[in-house]
Each structure stands twice: as C-alpha cells, then as structure tokens.
Ligand binder design. Structure first.
Ligand SMILES: *Cc1c(COP(=O)(O)O)cnc(C)c1O
Length: 415
C-alpha cells in the first residue's frame, strides 16, 4: 500500500506541528445566508448563535439581496445550470458576452474577459502577455494569487517596498533594458486596508514606459466617487493597462473574476491564458446574478455612499474608544492587537458578545502584527455597528487596551 502507516504518520506529525504552533485554522459553520447577521455553529455541535458579521467581503451587502437572488433564479431557468464546456468549445453564452461588456463599461476599460475566479485571472494573465524578455515589478504586499500567477510566468520577477514610489522608480531604472515592464499592485491592500498611490504610479509608468496591472478585488463597486475602483479615486481611469477583479466580494460575493483592460492584452488572454482555455467559466446562474449587481450599482451610488457613511462611523467609533487602528479610509479597518494569542482571545470574547470577527496572525500578517480585521458593509444598519462597537469596547476594557499605545499593548501581552 502506497499510503503506508509511515506516510500517514508523516502527515499527522506535520498537522500536529501546525496545531502546536497555534496556527491551525478552523472553519466556523454558518447556517444562514451571508448577511449582516448570521447564524453560526461554533464550536462544532454547539447550538446556533445569531451574531453580527463584521468580517465579510460583502462590502455592498449584495450577497443575499432579493433582486440578485431573483435574477439568479431567472438565469437558472432561462440558461440552465451548467455549461459542460470551456468557453472556446461550446461554453460561451450570450450572457457571458453581455457581462464582459458591462464590466468594460463599468471599469472604463477597452475589453474584458471572464475567469472562473480572480485567482484564475491572476494565474493566467502574466504568462499570457509576458515572456522571459520582460520584467514584473510588484509591490511586496500583493495578494497571494498575484504571487502565484507571477510564478507561472517566465518573465523576470522583482519587487518594490510597499507603496514606496522612490523604490519603484529605482527598480524601473534598473530594468530599463527589458522588452516590457509590468508594474503590479493591489488597489486596496487586503490586510491593512490602505490603497496604492495610483496617480503617482501611472506618472512613473508613463515616464519609464511601463505597463501597470492593478488587482481591484477589494475595491470594485465601492472605491471612488461612483464605485468604479481605486483608479477612479486617484483620477486615472482609462490609464490602467490591466485591471483584475473578483465577483466574489463586493459584486455579489458568489464567485468569478475577470481581466479587464487594453483590448490587445485581453485578446492575448483569450488566446493563451490557461485557466480560461482549460477550465469552465462562470456558471450561468452566477452570471445572471452579477448582471443584476451591475444594474443595481452602475448608475446608483447609493449603496457605496451608505458604505462610506458606515465606514466613517465605524472608524471614528473605534478611534474614540481608544483602539489602535491602521490608518486609511477604506471599509477594511484593522484593529491592532499585535499579539497572536490576544487576537484569538479577543475574537472568542467578541463572539460571546454576539460579534463575529476573526483574529489574523502570522503567517497571514507579519509576526507581531496580529489583529482583528474588521470589514464594514452597506448591509450593516447603524444599530449593528452600534452593537458591535459596544462589544468591542466591552472586550477592550476586559483586556485593558483602550487608550493604550502599541508599545504599551506589547509590554502587557508580548509580541
Ligand atoms: C480575494 C482576492 C482574490 C481572489 O478572488 P477569487 O475570485 O475569490 O479567486 C484575488 N486578489 C485579491 C487581491 C483578493 O483579495
């Protein structure tokens, strides 16, 4: 037997090692639709508990929106359940093309290609457009899926310090001899909730003849005046060569992603991107749902405006209560606790108070940067945020961290 006792032991020991290091991840089972309030079974076998969810990517509160659900039902009825084919064989419906056109219009780009997920978009885009004569220069805090996509590409890889424009310029000079230079960043960085300085980056890319790729997964639908994304916020719509984004977060939260940008680059993806060529695209029911999401937000900034109001309330409330936050103005609001165990204990106590928010610690964030990453939604009503804030303050008092500086918290609880 190939899967011998020795083999089993080896994996058991590895898993035990993960547990011993306090890094074992446990799923919590939600017995309700994704929403501002959810029914959770945790730990496994416990009675269901209704809690306020303040850590979902459900930024626009559309994951369980009645009109999106209705549109998905209609899509299911009119276009069926599955495609049983990849796009270029017999897996493209009219609604796939319709969604690509809507996304192009929304993002202000030239063309769009759908992928099964943004992870797949990022896995496919680099090797489709670059060769070993080119260079990819990425921010050091980009999302894991971008890192994996770059690994699949033969172009030279380099990085610049997070949001450090002088360092980026140095790297652009260093690679002046390459055929193409592609600069890569997240629009909103998922762990800290800060944004890329896209205006400065576009200026640098112009100066050094580089292209730019921005992953807008944590921005599409709500960053910028009308929710187009980080490029709208920084006044550089039409100047981003490639945008990748997901439909699994603000835009309905089901699944799917895309590459949107210069039409030749999108066409290169259609010809060469392997997750597009060799994997089914988004199921019709999801396409119909995302089309409805686009209807709801395309010319109506109401939901993103509500999210902005909610975010301002939440940041102000936590700041005035005396928590240490990461600076920023996006709906990602990290409450810094620095110590991994404190982050876990804090999360457990919040849960007992009826608030669902997960502790993040190494290796998801750097060592001694443990935190509770909170995420605000347009699906939150003021009373949800008020209740959640009261729970944070109660637990904050218990651990005596309100009004304390980073240094003081680390002195009390260690790194
Ligand atoms: C979530 C996320 C992805 C992955 O999106 P999926 O569509 O779920 O694969 C990619 N990039 C960034 C920056 C993300 O936050």
């Amino acid at each position: 037997m190939a899967y011998s006792d020795e083999t089993r032991n080896m994996y058991e020991n590895t898993l035990q090692g993960i547990k011993d290091a306090g890094l074992f991840k446990m799923e919590r089972y939600i017995n309700s639709p994704q929403s501002a309030e959810i029914l959770v079974e945790f730990p496994e076998g416990s009675p269901l508990k209704k809690v306020i969810n303040i850590c979902a990517n459900n930024y626009l509160g559309l994951s369980s929106h009645p009109e999106v659900i209705k549109a998905a039902h209609e899509g299911l009825d009119s276009r069926g359940y599955g495609m049983s084919s990849v796009r270029f064989i017999c897996g493209t419906q009219d609604i796939h093309k319709e969604l690509e056109a809507r996304i192009t219009e929304f993002l202000g780009t030239e063309d769009t290609i759908l992928f099964p997920s943004c992870m797949d978009a990022n896995a496919g885009v680099f090797e489709a457009i670059l060769t070993k004569d080119d260079v990819m220069i990425s921010d050091r805090l980009v999302h894991a899926s971008l890192i994996d996509g770059m690994r699949l590409c033969s172009a030279v890889q380099d990085t610049y310090k997070h949001n450090d424009m002088a360092h980026l310029e140095e790297k652009l000079k260093l690679h002046a001899d390459k055929r193409q230079k592609l600069v890569i960043c997240d629009g909103v960085f998922s762990m800290d909730g800060d944004t890329a300085k896209l205006d400065e980056m576009v200026a640098l890319c112009d100066k050094y003849h580089a292209m730019i790729l921005v992953d807008e997964s944590h921005s599409s639908g709500f960053i910028g005046k009308t929710g187009r994304g980080t490029h709208e916020k920084y006044g550089v719509m039409g100047k981003i060569d490639i945008i990748t984004t997901t439909f699994g977060k603000g835009l309905g939260g089901a699944s799917g992603g895309c590459v949107s940008g210069r039409k030749e680059l999108v066409e290169m993806c259609r010809q060469k991107a392997r997750p597009y060529l060799f994997s089914n695209t988004i199921a019709p029911v999801v396409v119909a749902g995302v089309l409805k999401v686009m209807d709801l937000i395309m010319h109506n900034p109401e939901r993103r405006n509500k999210l902005e109001t909610n975010t301002a309330f939440w940041r102000k409330g936590l700041t005035e209560a005396g928590f240490v936050l990461k600076d920023g103005d996006t709906p990602i609001v990290p409450v810094m606790l620095f110590n991994a165990k404190l982050a876990q204990d804090f999360s457990r106590d919040l849960y007992n108070e009826g608030v669902y928010a997960i502790g993040f610690f190494f290796p998801v964030v750097p060592q001694s940067q443990a935190r509770i990453r909170t995420q605000v939604s347009a699906g939150h009503e003021m009373h949800h945020l008020e209740e959640a804030l009261a729970a944070f303050i109660k637990v904050g008092k218990k651990y005596n961290i309100l009004g304390k500086t980073k240094q003081e918290i680390i002195e009390m609880y260690g790194m």
